[in-house]
Design a protein around this ligand. Sequence first.
Ligand code: ZN
Ligand code: ZN
Length: 156
Amino acid sequence: MQGPTEILKAMTKWLFAHLGIALFSLTVTAIVLTVGGIYHIYETILIYTNIVLLLPTPLWATIAWVFLSGVFIYIRMSKSQSLSPSKKPKYFKYCPECNYGINVKLPNIYCSCGTKYLEKCPNCNKKIIRDFGRICSFCGYNFPTKPKTGQEWMAR
Ligand SMILES: [Zn+2]
Ligand SMILES: [Zn+2]
Protein backbone atom coordinates (compact mmCIF):
# COMPACT_ATOMS: atom_id res chain seq x y z
CA MET A 1 0.00 0.00 0.00
CA GLN A 2 1.33 3.37 -0.91
CA GLY A 3 1.42 6.11 1.70
CA PRO A 4 1.25 9.78 0.88
CA THR A 5 5.04 10.01 1.23
CA GLU A 6 5.59 7.40 -1.50
CA ILE A 7 3.19 9.17 -3.83
CA LEU A 8 4.96 12.45 -3.15
CA LYS A 9 8.35 10.83 -3.76
CA ALA A 10 7.19 9.36 -7.06
CA MET A 11 5.71 12.71 -8.01
CA THR A 12 8.97 14.48 -7.22
CA LYS A 13 10.91 11.93 -9.25
CA TRP A 14 8.56 12.42 -12.18
CA LEU A 15 8.87 16.16 -11.84
CA PHE A 16 12.65 15.98 -11.86
CA ALA A 17 12.66 13.95 -15.06
CA HIS A 18 10.18 16.21 -16.80
CA LEU A 19 11.81 19.34 -15.49
CA GLY A 20 15.03 18.21 -17.16
CA ILE A 21 13.27 17.78 -20.49
CA ALA A 22 11.43 21.08 -20.08
CA LEU A 23 14.63 22.94 -19.27
CA PHE A 24 16.38 21.34 -22.23
CA SER A 25 13.64 22.41 -24.63
CA LEU A 26 13.74 25.81 -23.00
CA THR A 27 17.50 26.06 -23.54
CA VAL A 28 17.13 25.25 -27.22
CA THR A 29 14.25 27.70 -27.55
CA ALA A 30 16.22 30.35 -25.70
CA ILE A 31 19.23 29.96 -27.99
CA VAL A 32 16.99 30.33 -31.04
CA LEU A 33 15.23 33.36 -29.59
CA THR A 34 18.21 35.02 -27.88
CA VAL A 35 18.24 37.93 -30.32
CA GLY A 36 14.54 38.55 -29.83
CA GLY A 37 14.88 39.74 -26.25
CA ILE A 38 12.96 36.72 -24.96
CA TYR A 39 16.22 35.44 -23.49
CA HIS A 40 15.65 37.24 -20.18
CA ILE A 41 12.53 35.10 -19.53
CA TYR A 42 14.75 32.05 -19.59
CA GLU A 43 17.16 33.70 -17.17
CA THR A 44 14.30 34.55 -14.82
CA ILE A 45 13.09 30.94 -14.88
CA LEU A 46 16.62 29.74 -14.08
CA ILE A 47 16.75 32.05 -11.07
CA TYR A 48 13.38 30.76 -9.84
CA THR A 49 14.58 27.20 -10.30
CA ASN A 50 17.54 27.88 -8.04
CA ILE A 51 15.22 29.31 -5.40
CA VAL A 52 12.72 26.43 -5.41
CA LEU A 53 15.45 23.79 -5.23
CA LEU A 54 16.43 25.15 -1.81
CA LEU A 55 12.90 24.72 -0.42
CA PRO A 56 11.60 21.63 1.44
CA THR A 57 10.13 18.92 -0.82
CA PRO A 58 6.33 19.37 -0.31
CA LEU A 59 6.58 23.09 -1.02
CA TRP A 60 8.99 22.36 -3.83
CA ALA A 61 6.54 19.96 -5.48
CA THR A 62 3.73 22.50 -5.26
CA ILE A 63 5.84 25.25 -6.78
CA ALA A 64 7.20 22.85 -9.41
CA TRP A 65 3.67 22.18 -10.61
CA VAL A 66 3.03 25.89 -11.01
CA PHE A 67 6.46 26.34 -12.55
CA LEU A 68 5.95 23.44 -14.98
CA SER A 69 2.64 24.82 -16.16
CA GLY A 70 4.46 28.08 -16.80
CA VAL A 71 7.16 26.28 -18.79
CA PHE A 72 4.51 24.37 -20.71
CA ILE A 73 2.63 27.55 -21.62
CA TYR A 74 5.92 29.24 -22.53
CA ILE A 75 6.98 26.38 -24.83
CA ARG A 76 3.52 26.27 -26.39
CA MET A 77 3.72 30.01 -27.01
CA SER A 78 7.22 29.79 -28.50
CA LYS A 79 6.14 26.92 -30.73
CA SER A 80 3.07 28.72 -32.03
CA GLN A 81 5.25 31.75 -32.63
CA SER A 82 7.84 29.82 -34.65
CA LEU A 83 5.13 27.87 -36.49
CA SER A 84 3.26 30.94 -37.66
CA PRO A 85 4.84 32.03 -40.96
CA SER A 86 5.69 35.46 -39.61
CA LYS A 87 7.59 37.53 -42.13
CA LYS A 88 8.07 40.35 -39.69
CA PRO A 89 11.73 41.31 -39.37
CA LYS A 90 13.41 41.19 -35.97
CA TYR A 91 14.96 44.65 -36.15
CA PHE A 92 13.65 47.90 -37.45
CA LYS A 93 14.73 51.29 -38.58
CA TYR A 94 12.35 53.59 -36.86
CA CYS A 95 11.12 57.11 -37.58
CA PRO A 96 9.86 58.73 -34.37
CA GLU A 97 8.27 61.57 -36.36
CA CYS A 98 5.94 59.15 -38.14
CA ASN A 99 5.93 56.52 -35.36
CA TYR A 100 6.66 53.97 -38.04
CA GLY A 101 9.44 51.47 -38.64
CA ILE A 102 10.80 49.59 -41.64
CA ASN A 103 12.87 46.43 -41.95
CA VAL A 104 16.42 47.23 -40.88
CA LYS A 105 17.73 45.42 -43.97
CA LEU A 106 16.16 47.96 -46.32
CA PRO A 107 18.68 50.41 -47.80
CA ASN A 108 16.70 53.55 -46.85
CA ILE A 109 18.56 55.91 -44.55
CA TYR A 110 15.92 58.63 -44.41
CA CYS A 111 12.20 58.30 -43.87
CA SER A 112 9.86 59.78 -46.46
CA CYS A 113 9.35 62.68 -44.04
CA GLY A 114 13.06 63.51 -44.24
CA THR A 115 13.96 62.25 -40.79
CA LYS A 116 16.94 59.95 -40.46
CA TYR A 117 15.89 56.48 -39.31
CA LEU A 118 16.88 55.33 -35.85
CA GLU A 119 18.44 51.87 -35.74
CA LYS A 120 19.44 51.92 -32.09
CA CYS A 121 18.06 53.49 -28.98
CA PRO A 122 20.03 56.70 -28.38
CA ASN A 123 19.93 56.03 -24.66
CA CYS A 124 20.83 52.34 -24.19
CA ASN A 125 22.18 51.67 -27.72
CA LYS A 126 20.08 48.51 -28.16
CA LYS A 127 18.61 47.67 -31.56
CA ILE A 128 14.99 48.62 -32.15
CA ILE A 129 12.81 45.51 -32.14
CA ARG A 130 9.40 46.89 -33.05
CA ASP A 131 8.00 49.10 -35.75
CA PHE A 132 5.78 51.34 -33.64
CA GLY A 133 5.78 52.97 -30.22
CA ARG A 134 8.03 55.85 -29.32
CA ILE A 135 9.34 54.22 -26.14
CA CYS A 136 12.43 51.99 -26.13
CA SER A 137 11.54 48.34 -25.41
CA PHE A 138 14.61 47.96 -23.23
CA CYS A 139 15.19 51.13 -21.22
CA GLY A 140 11.88 53.00 -21.65
CA TYR A 141 13.60 55.99 -23.24
CA ASN A 142 11.29 58.26 -25.21
CA PHE A 143 12.67 58.75 -28.70
CA PRO A 144 13.02 62.45 -29.53
CA THR A 145 10.52 63.64 -32.12
CA LYS A 146 11.86 67.00 -33.27
CA PRO A 147 15.62 66.87 -33.72
CA LYS A 148 17.64 69.67 -35.32
CA THR A 149 19.23 67.58 -38.08
CA GLY A 150 18.53 63.96 -37.37
CA GLN A 151 22.27 63.39 -37.30
CA GLU A 152 22.70 63.74 -33.56
CA TRP A 153 20.76 60.54 -32.91
CA MET A 154 23.32 58.48 -34.72
CA ALA A 155 26.28 60.27 -33.19
CA ARG A 156 26.59 58.01 -30.12
ZN1 ZN B 1 9.13 59.79 -40.93
ZN1 ZN C 1 16.82 52.12 -24.83
